[in-house]
Design a protein around this ligand. Structure first.
Ligand code: ATP
Ligand code: MG
Length: 484
């Protein structure tokens, strides 16, 4: 039977106990169904509840993510094309935080190619719409069994509960997709990882993602800022100290490398670590043991090291302020986070994400005007995602209406607040070619969510022309050179 011919939803499937109901039971398998077609959501819900599972239907990827952060699913059923994201993208996002949760994709005619791609990316299976109810039922059962088996071996539900949760890491740009793939691969190992990137690009979130999606996620994740402490304190912090090692050392004190046993130590701003501590750290990593300050005791350690810096470590090595041997030790795998201005495709989704986060529960939803969004896409964000986050937070806090306009953007983005260039003829309702061109470019960029390549294609101009124009707009705006 196809769902299309089976609209009566309260059906009982052959051989299935009708438990259903709204009651939420602990341990009851939870199915999240993401589909913008109501009929599909309803039919999948009825199949799931008939099997005794809980089901949550959502219409968009964003909603799906919100649901799984609160209530991790046992299975995700998703259409391959959701209004705000492809099913493939949603699959990748889920795999990043809950790699063991099976994903069933449903496709319509014409999107099967994407489903095949999804299978390659780890989807459990896919069904072509209209699908057989019995087929969906069997697949759901098989997937739930798979999750339960996985969970018996490992605390799956913990995954979304750590400080790293799905919604924390966003990126649709090819550059971020590569980063996500790399995280997925490297998280399963215990190699040292060096995370590089300008300030505010997300180095710490990536470090957390590596830890909380890896096999040791229930062990400690301990961050330490290598630039924040004076060297002697830093040494005690990392390696610990023995009672009596210095004035005030009344007890033995475990260092972070020891406390993190089995887990991860995140050495933030590693470029700031003084040379003598670099030597000690290298020895600790190589020998897998530490010697606390003032002690002769050696303590075995088993930690994963993730280090991060916004400095050019290779240059530091060349000039002698960072040890080459430690650099090689830490740099077994490196993850480079591109600055936000090089992945503008991510801006609209990040803006939405922060808008969501900073909108108080129960408050009416708000949105940025097209023009405000276009301005944010064009800005070069020297403070990267952190600056964008602050910008959205401030705008949400200070603006009054439901629509957030260019004028509501913070003054730090003042140069974005210049209106488009218009020639003197504007007064009589005639717009300059430059103004029309600029509107077309910004409008197109906004419509395709910042994808410059696609925008250039749709506008029928070369990619370099588009980049040049954008540079001109930003530059003339910064210089206050727009006369209108
Ligand atoms: N891909 C992302 N998706 C959503 N939020 C992100 C992403 N990357 C970073 N953020 C947010 O941006 C802010 C800055 O991230 P983070 O602290 O990891 O940056 P950083 O590279 O460590 O910066 P710094 O060098 O200044 O320490 C955080 O609030 C983080 O949650
Ligand atoms: Mg940081």
């Amino acid at each position: 039977m196809h769902y299309a011919s089976a609209r009566p939803l309260a059906m009982t499937l052959p051989g299935v106990n009708e438990k259903g109901g709204k009651q939420v039971m602990n341990g009851t398998p939870h199915i999240v169904i993401a589909d913008d077609q109501e009929a599909v959501r309803e039919i999948c819900t009825s199949i799931a509840t008939a099997l005794g599972y809980r089901a949550t239907g959502v219409v968009s990827a964003r909603e799906a993510i919100r649901v799984w952060e609160q209530d991790p699913p046992d299975v995700l059923v998703s259409d391959v094309s959701l209004p705000d994201m492809t099913g493939l993208e949603l699959l990748k996002r889920l795999k990043l935080v809950m790699p063991a949760v099976p994903v069933l994709l449903t496709t319509s005619y014409g999107t099967v190619g994407m489903a095949v791609e999804a299978m390659k990316q780890g989807a459990a299976d896919y069904l072509t719409k209209p699908f057989e109810l019995e087929e969906m039922r069997l697949l759901l059962q098989a997937c739930v069994r798979q999750t339960q088996q996985a969970r018996e071996g490992r605390g799956l539900r913990l995954e979304a509960r750590g400080p790293y949760a799905a919604g924390n890491l966003i990126g649709v740009s090819p550059a971020m997709q590569r980063v996500f793939r790399l995280i997925g691969k490297v998280a399963q190992s215990r190699y040292s990882v060096l995370v590089l990137g300008e300030s505010g690009t997300g180095k710490e979130v990536v470090a957390r993602a590596l830890h909380y999606t890896g096999p040791e996620r229930d062990r400690p994740f301990l961050p330490v800022d290598c630039g924040a402490l004076v060297p002697s304190l830093m040494e005690s912090e990392l390696f610990g100290y023995a009672k009596g090692a210095f004035t005030g050392a009344h007890h033995n004190h475990e260092g972070l490398l020891e406390v993190a046993q089995g887990g991860t130590v995140f050495l933030d701003e590693i470029g700031e670590l003084p040379l003598d501590l670099q030597v000690k750290l290298l020895r600790a990593i190589q020998e897998k043991e530490v010697r606390p300050v003032g002690s002769t005791r050696r303590i075995k350690i088993d930690v994963r090291i993730i280090a991060a810096t916004n400095r050019d470590l290779q240059a530091a090595v060349a000039e002698g302020s960072f040890r080459k041997d430690l650099f090689f030790r830490l740099n077994v795998v490196s993850i480079k986070l591109p600055p936000l201005r090089e992945r503008v495709q991510d801006i609209p989704m990040l803006v939405e994400h922060f808008l969501d986060r900073f909108t108080p529960p129960g408050a009416a939803p708000r949105s940025f005007s097209d023009e405000a969004m276009a301005r944010m896409i064009c800005y070069d964000w020297p403070g990267n995602i952190r600056e964008l986050e602050n910008c959205v937070e401030r705008t949400v806090a200070l603006a009054a209406g439901p629509r957030l306009e260019v004028a509501d953007l913070p003054t730090t983005l003042l140069h974005l607040r210049q209106p488009p260039p218009v020639a003197a003829g504007e007064d009589c309702g005639i717009r300059s070619i430059a103004a029309i061109e600029r509107d077309a470019i910004l409008g197109a960029l906004n419509q395709v969510k910042g994808d410059k390549l696609l925008a250039a294609k749709l506008l029928g101009i070369g990619k370099t022309t588009l980049y040049r124009k954008l540079k001109e707009y930003t530059f003339s705006a910064q210089a206050g050179g727009l006369n209108s």
